[in-house]
Design a protein around this ligand. Sequence first.
Ligand SMILES: Nc1ncnc2c1ncn2[C@@H]1O[C@H](COP(=O)(O)OP(=O)(O)OP(=O)(O)O)[C@@H](O)[C@H]1O
Length: 643
Amino acid sequence: MYRRQMGLRRIYVQTDIGNVLGIEVDRDDRVQTIKKKLQEVLCLPTEQSALTFGDMVLEHDFNEVRNDYPILLTRGLYRTSSTPSISPVVEKLNFKDRNKPLEIIGGSHGCPKVRRLVRKCVKALDSGVEPIPVGGGLGGAYFIQNTAREKIAIVKPTDEEPFAPNNPYGFVGKTLGQPGLKRSIRIGETGIREVAAYLLDHDHFAKVPPTALVKATHSIFNVNANVFPCMSEPFAKIGSLQRFVPHEYDASEHGTSCFPVGAVHRIGILDVRILNTDRHAGNILVRRLVEEKCNSWTLYDLRVYDALELIPIDHGLCLPEALDDPYFEWLHWPQASSPFSEEELEYIKKLNAASDAQMLRKELPMLRESCLRVLMITTTFLQRAAEAGLSLAEIGSMMSREIGTMDDELSELENICFQAKLDADYELSLIRSSYCPVSSITDNFSFQLHMDQEEYQSASLPTSNGVCSTLHLPSISLQCETSDVCSVLFNTNESTQSCFCCSPTMGSNATSDVFKEVALDLEEEESSISPENQGACVFDPKIVRTKSGKRNNGSNSSGTRRTHSIVDARSGHGVRGVSSSELARKTRDSSGENEIGLNLSEMTEEEWSVFMECFQQLLPDALANWKTRNTCPLLRLGTSCQF
Ligand SMILES: Nc1ncnc2c1ncn2[C@@H]1O[C@H](COP(=O)(O)OP(=O)(O)OP(=O)(O)O)[C@@H](O)[C@H]1O
């Protein structure tokens, strides 16, 4: 309270090796001032460090960072894995830090269940009960026990994640902020995802246990010797804290056929919304609700299904920064193929992706915008698919990449999204461009222009206002002798389309010169242009959109794939096209190893909203086509179960 009156805010600076410093900033504090203070403690020149808050690199002030939220201090924006990480000077570590054993940071302050849980844990830690390492997983995790030595919570420090600097099992080698086990999820960001999953689980529908992001300090937490050789004080870490749920098994230890259909559906609905990439059987806890009664039941007694409760845990690998391949353990469980109940359909219908995203922006502003965009895509997809009568298994299948296929074989959902991106780019190019009318041209022959990045040519084009502009044009095999008006839509790269108009005022020579220049190269290449038609060509942007056939392997996702290709308008045959899956592959190839799929973060607000419109337009056909193509029931394991 006092701090607030003084206009002070506490923020938590986490270094890229994991330790956390609580610092107080006032309204007028500049980023540079705080960096100087950190320089003293961390021996890190200010010009080499960067403070980041989710997507944001803080440059001037801390206005965007709310009270009690964590920011990440990295060694510059362009660090590589060989750049040494930041090592604090031990004796200066505790500056101005309250150093409580456990305190909530970030979202979920407002949740009474979470606050109660944290209070209990603080009490236990204050009374000297040591957390116990969980052991067994890939990352460090610790059970917190109460004074009766009952487990009450599990804490997972983010710097002990797989590949993070303080991982206790030797899976090290990276620093916080770098791509982790999943390339679409950065190291150190699993904790906020655990909280996001809890916050998104409205009405406790899927039963995600109460979860908070905390700053935790205890000597039992692992710190690797190479990271911090002479540590005398325990250092504070950021992690997720989740209520411990007593259970008998996890789903890998129990026959899945006994699981209640509703429980599987509810977890599945959550997984689809959050694009969970890690729903393995170990992440579903199983517990009996009425233990004494169960003893008298047989395995086939239907009531037994209602007596089992499933608890989903471990949501650190959800909400990736790009559409990724999810992992849904339940995909082949028979329960997933049974239709949704009325209640489930109602729940799905009431979901509001935009307000969920808004809630997360408020509670967890450090969660990246691209993750929220993934949430909006998957929620919309779930809603439309459920409306269209698809089962959970069908929805999950459309989201999953096929096992054993080539690396660039995308899921149906990814293909639809890439297609929506192509469509959105096209829509935007129309919005942004003004066309001049095509007039007095022999209109018996039209071409669509094939766009191929490798084949771009540069051409200096005189525009209608007399200014010369250089455009990168695709090579085309057209000898254009016309002196008339042409409108041309060129795609100058895979994501942006540019329109160039030759207006009537350009004059005949200019127009024909332009086309001669860009056409010379590929005269032979596009053999489908019949000689008799050369010299009388209309470049008509309106026909760039086309419905093409199925993809080579016959599994066209949307059935309305639009390609950008040279097409003889009379025959309608495309010569060559850029399909959404090709676009996906090219996007990956051209952007190197860090590219993780359709780039959602780079879309502007306008691009994003047009993309979502196109996505929604594609969905009805895509869902119907998928259903038609997949009429055979999916191969199910364990189909002996009855329910
Ligand atoms: N909320 C919880 N209640 C009870 N037990 C839990 C809870 N969360 C985790 N556990 C137990 O702790 C173990 C490790 O937790 P979790 O799976 O979340 O960690 P992890 O390091 O991400 O593991 P993995 O690498 O296997 O995914 C789980 O297998 C489970 O037995």
